[in-house]
Design a binder for this molecule. Structure first.
Ligand code: ARG
Length: 438
């Protein structure tokens, strides 16, 4: 694929109905160090039933300059190979008990699945590297119970990073080696967890045939914010044991990742839409943040609030800000990534600061903070500099606005319209609360 072709495809995509969205996601993903873009886990059933869909989705990502890292299982393939070889396998605690004589069969079957994926990607014009072993270091779990089943004890990223540097999609099988050189079978979800911990990717993607987590009506749950949705979901009467395990696994993955990372469960055919649109196609799971309402000055972490303000406006609050501001309430996410500081101008509620970290935009946090604010203060005034990009949001949310010098003053919920002009003058004349650019 030449750069020109790539550029043409990106251009075409950008002009689709959701073109701006697509372009923004492309830019966001392309800015990442590509070995940290995405870890994609593919189950054995997808390899068996939809390998062409899988390969074309992966090759497409490569075409637009992105480099996913693929980890695959091979449950059905192993079942067939082992039964053909006359080796019976049992499961204990969901893990496949692996007698030593099964290892050559497993190695053979997983390598075949691995090469099939690589070949399929190449057939779609993509470049891929087969990495069946050499990544996962492992320890035998308990050889007397499980046989040759290993838990990852470390990850060597050399082969993975070399493939990415060379413009190839690394395709990893879940085989590990113990310190004394024994080959062991690793559960694919455990392998993914170890790799994710080592790479700290922006996305972790599970490609399944169902294409997402299903609710009680069998419909795909579009988003899951663990901080706010987990308890309700886990205690629902329809949730299955398998789904609980899956959610616990995803929670554990996200707990090891930055808050900006997310997990998507989707299908090969829906992957592009999932990645490049806001609405996605599949289930997006985030760790999420709880929203706090702080009513007492002393409960507020002023240092964190000031650094949030400084980072999101590029300017720090003026000296003495925290001591003079007429504090009323702070609506803030638990990690201080988005906040609204409500103050009081005599008998009027005044929004003094609404700050959201750049990296946290698009997570729905600003919306949640805003909602808590206006629920608490239905009658509200605020102001912003005329060039502030947030103004289009403010214009949607306000009942009215007036431009006065460098300020636009907004209000909503005002019942006594007669006092608006005086309040607008008053708000516009408030002293500057941000200092010099940092
Ligand atoms: N494209 C974004 C992402 O990959 C958002 C996906 C939203 N997906 C969803 N199922 N709601 O992070």
């Amino acid at each position: 694929m030449t750069d020109a072709t790539r550029e043409t495809i990106v251009q075409l995509l950008s002009h689709m109905r959701d073109g701006k969205e697509v372009r923004d996601y492309l830019n966001r993903f392309a800015r990442l160090d590509q070995s940290r873009f995405a870890v994609v886990k593919v189950g054995g059933a997808v390899i068996r039933d939809d390998i062409d869909g899988l390969a074309s989705a992966l090759a497409f990502l490569q075409t637009v300059g992105l480099s996913p890292i693929v980890v695959h299982g091979g449950g059905p393939q192993l079942d067939t190979a082992l039964s053909d070889a006359g080796i019976a396998t049992d499961r204990v605690d969901g893990l496949r008990v692996t007698p030593e004589k099964a290892i050559p069969v497993i190695r053979q079957a997983l390598s075949a699945a691995n090469i099939a994926i690589v070949d399929a990607i190449r057939a779609c014009g993509g470049q891929a590297a087969s990495v069946p072993t050499g990544v996962f270091m492992a320890e035998c779990l308990d050889e007397s119970v499980y046989g040759r089943v290993g838990e990852p004890s470390g990850v060597s990223l050399g082969l993975v990073e070399a493939a990415v540097r060379g413009g190839e999609i690394p395709v990893l099988a879940c085989l590990g080696e113990t310190g004394d050189g024994k080959l062991v079978n690793i559960n694919a979800d455990h392998a993914v967890a170890a790799l994710v911990k080592a790479l700290q990717p922006y996305k972790v993607i599970f490609l399944t045939e169902t294409g997402g987590l299903l609710d009680d009506k069998g419909e795909i749950i579009s988003t899951l914010n663990l901080a706010s949705d987990r308890d309700r979901l886990m205690s629902a009467d329809w949730i299955t044991g398998g789904m609980r395990v899956k959610i616990d696994q995803i929670q554990a993955l996200l707990d090891d990742l930055p808050l900006t990372s997310s997990v998507s469960i989707t299908s090969p055919g829906a992957l592009t839409q999932e990645l490049f649109t806001h609405a996605g196609a599949g289930t997006l799971v985030r760790r999420g943040e709880r929203l706090l309402t702080i009513a007492r000055r002393a409960d507020l972490d002023w240092d964190r609030l000031e650094s949030l303000i400084t980072e999101s406006f590029g300017r720090p609050p003026v000296a003495g800000y925290r001591d003079t501001v007429a504090f009323e309430r702070l609506f803030v996410t638990e990690n201080y990534r988005a906040a609204a500081l409500l103050t009081r101008l005599d008998d009027v509620a005044y929004l003094d600061k609404f700050a959201v970290l750049e990296e946290a935009r698009g997570e729905g946090l600003a919306r949640a903070v805003w909602q808590a604010l206006v629920d608490h203060a239905p009658q509200l005034y605020w102001r912003s500099k005329t060039a502030n990009p947030v103004n289009s949001f403010y214009f949607q949310e306000c009942d009215g606005a007036a431009k006065t010098g460098q300020w636009t003053v907004f209000w909503r919920g005002e019942t006594d319209l007669g006092r608006v002009p005086a309040l607008v003058q008053r708000v516009a004349a408030l002293p500057e609360t941000l200092g010099r650019a940092v």
